[in-house]
Design a protein around this ligand. Structure first.
Ligand SMILES: *Cc1c(COP(=O)(O)O)cnc(C)c1O
Length: 373
């Protein structure tokens, strides 16, 4: 064996950068010696978890020594009923990131490409490059557009070529909060070549309060190349348990399920998701709180002269007017964790999760302190 050779991953992996998640609260407490910390960095629900899901967890009397139901019979039945689709149209994921990854593994690979927008969710390029595909990143709409920094669907359509197999998009998008109205989306889906998969990531759809939500069930019947992804990490408050799913044609679901790890979703996640799904009161409370707090947070930021991106998600992204990393670092020292966006090509912006009204107050006062330094 030769002495100086190292195992080498394929080229897609060497070009990847490790995803940097928001800092855990405990790490920061330790590092900065702070007693209290507010984390508004990962778009978690400030109301916590659906009480029905917590109750289901507390009273779980199943057998932990048994493998999970790999077919997810019960939760799939509940989801199919909720969406008015067949259970064969569902793919369960260990978080919806898992479904994004399954999509890449099925449809992408060397010689194929994925089309994504600038300022789109970081997981799309990661899962694409990880399977050896290339990524065609399309410039987003400019700051002066009606939907500043939003996806430019015309340009994305223009970027589709012979090798394009998947288009990833989110509405509302993370980290911009921007969204796409139904007519625009349908017009886009009408024109995408039918052999190109369109992933419509709806991680934040429950929070969208303007305009009607896309008629997903109807669109799935009309567009056999559509995959819609949903998560229980955001409004359902179950980020730690990891549960998400994809909706698609039965044909696509069959492909995704072929590559899925047989027990990718754990028993507790499915058990709690079923309870959370039925807890519509918690979702209504979460939406009401978010809609009110999002508007007041944006208003307060604008009043301080910070331009906010229009958001239909559970966060507000705003222009600090300077290198946002410095503002981020100074906020950290005040015990406030938000999200810097330099890796998203938004070096002057910060993303702040819409918290409770007390958390927003604390954030604004920390920001005032930092800005006056
Ligand atoms: C948070 C998020 C997800 C999902 O995360 P999971 O926890 O894996 O379900 C997916 N897409 C976007 C745009 C997100 O912000």
């Amino acid at each position: 064996m030769s002495q100086h050779m190292e195992p080498m991953p394929h080229a897609g992996i060497t070009r990847l950068k490790t995803y940097v998640p928001g800092k855990p609260v405990e790490d920061l407490k330790r590092e900065l010696g702070l007693a209290s910390i507010i984390k508004l960095a990962s778009n978690e629900n400030p109301l916590g978890t659906s009480p029905a899901a917590e109750d289901a967890l507390a009273h779980f009397d199943g057998a932990l020594y048994r493998y999970p139901d790999g077919a997810g019979y019960e939760i799939k039945s509940a989801l199919a009923e909720r969406h008015g689709v067949a259970t064969g149209q569902l793919t369960l994921g260990n978080g919806s990131d898992d479904v994004l990854e399954l999509t890449a593994r099925v449809f992408l690979g060397p010689g194929r490409n994925a089309v994504v927008s600038q300022h789109a969710f970081a997981v799309y390029p990661i899962v694409s490059q990880a399977v050896g595909a290339t990524v065609r990143e399309v410039p987003a709409l400019g700051p002066a557009a009606d939907m500043p920094y939003g996806h430019d669907l015309e340009a994305m359509l223009g970027a589709v070529n012979e090798e394009t197999a998947v288009i990833f998009m989110a509405s509302p998008n993370n980290p911009t909060g921007t969204w796409i109205d139904n007519a625009t989306l349908a017009g886009f889906l009408d024109r995408v070549p039918s052999n190109v998969v369109v992933v419509l990531d709806q991680a934040y759809i429950e929070y969208q309060s303007v305009a009607e939500h896309p008629p997903v069930t109807e669109w799935l019947a009309r567009y056999s190349n559509l995959i819609v992804t949903r998560t229980f990490s955001k409004i359902y408050g179950m980020a730690a348990l990891r549960f998400g799913y994809g909706l698609s044609s039965p044909r696509i679901a069959d492909f995704l399920n072929r590559v899925r790890a047989p027990f990718n979703v754990n028993t507790l996640a499915m058990h709690c998701a079923k309870a959370a799904l039925a807890d519509t009161a918690f979702i209504e409370r979460s939406v009401a709180s978010n809609t009110a707090e999002r508007a007041s947070l944006a208003r307060e930021l604008e009043a301080r002269g910070f331009a906010c991106l229009p958001s239909q998600a559970n966060f507000v992204t705003f222009d600090t007017g300077r290198d946002a990393q410095e503002v981020f670092d100074a906020l950290l020292r005040e015990g406030m964790i938000v999200r810097p966006l330099a890796s998203y090509d938004l070096a002057q912006h910060l993303r702040v999760t819409v918290g409770s009204s007390a958390e927003s107050q604390a954030f604004l006062s920390a920001l005032d302190t930092v800005m006056s330094q």
